[in-house]
Design a protein around this ligand. Sequence first.
Ligand SMILES: [Fe+2]
Ligand SMILES: [Fe+2]
Length: 373
Amino acid sequence: MTDNARSFVTVLASALSNCSLYSAEHEAVEELAGKALSILKELIAETGSLEIMVVESDLVVNKTPLRDMGIHGAGLVRRLKRKGLSRVDFLKDITFPELKQFITEAADADRQIRPLPHVKTGVIDVRLSGITVDVDIDTDGLFRIASLQSERAKKVYQGMSSHGRLHVAGIEEIVATFIDAFRRKANILKLISPVASFRDHTHVHGVNVAVFSMFQAETLGARDELLYDIGVAALLHDVGKLFIPKEIRDKEGILEDREWEEIQRHTIYGARYLARAEGLARIAPLVALEHHLRYDGQGYPRLVAKERKQHLFTQIVAVADFYDAMRSRKKYRDGSGTAEILAMMDQGAGTEFNPFLVNHFSKIIAQAMHSSF
Ligand SMILES: [Fe+2]
Ligand SMILES: [Fe+2]
């Protein structure tokens, strides 16, 4: 089985890259799709169906991890993740047009993968105890998605403190899970984690800011890579806080000037750390650097170029950042006070925040709150 599974992954990945390089009608794509189908039929004859899962950065085919799949394996993992998919099942009786449609849609950054009778897609939850498949999108399921992502983020953050290596695959997995939840029309508010204790909540805040940022971007029309990159950048916007001495970071009283200056440096520490991380969306260090700069450029850090404007992605993250920071304050924790927070944001429209984005954010939050789901 394994040899055949490896050839299938290789041929499928080549078909995908040829398809995005040329077109779905190109003869190389036709030929590779045909070849992929015949290998797939052989595999299905043996096992009844073929299940491909993405676990971290590995492919698991019919429960067997395929290691060292090189450039083809990595290419397939990347494409599936960017579509928000962590699992694809090819079923008995799959036809050539179905496989071809799957290849065409998976290869195209602007298209969604539509359901097919013999190709099923979904998202998986990877738990410490093993692998469980999560296809439900009920309220409990959503809360589970949210808390699981916070757990994952916590592990990634723990790895980063003390300047460890950034676990990029873990970050990708979190963002891909949310993209999938959005695609299934999940209510945004159900994906937000409650605030943990005051200390040690940077990872929860990161995940929430990612959800609020991706929600804005998605409703403004961002798809696939754009949506994905903004999720990654938002999730990591505050990582620089991990490099600030604990006694300053966790101090609960009024900060002295030098302590406040150190806190402000989380923007620079974060940008520096993320700029060194391999394989990370290039926008991430920029968002970390700019997220307190304000729309009018009056915030911090004080940068050399005075006229520097925040990148649009940073402006989106800044809106999400403020909203989540305020809602996690003591007096708003019970979920009340949304109108008050939105009014504060409105006050800052044009100075602290991009006014168009504030207006848009108010609308989508109001819609989410009134949605019956
Ligand atoms: Fe920050
Ligand atoms: Fe923040």
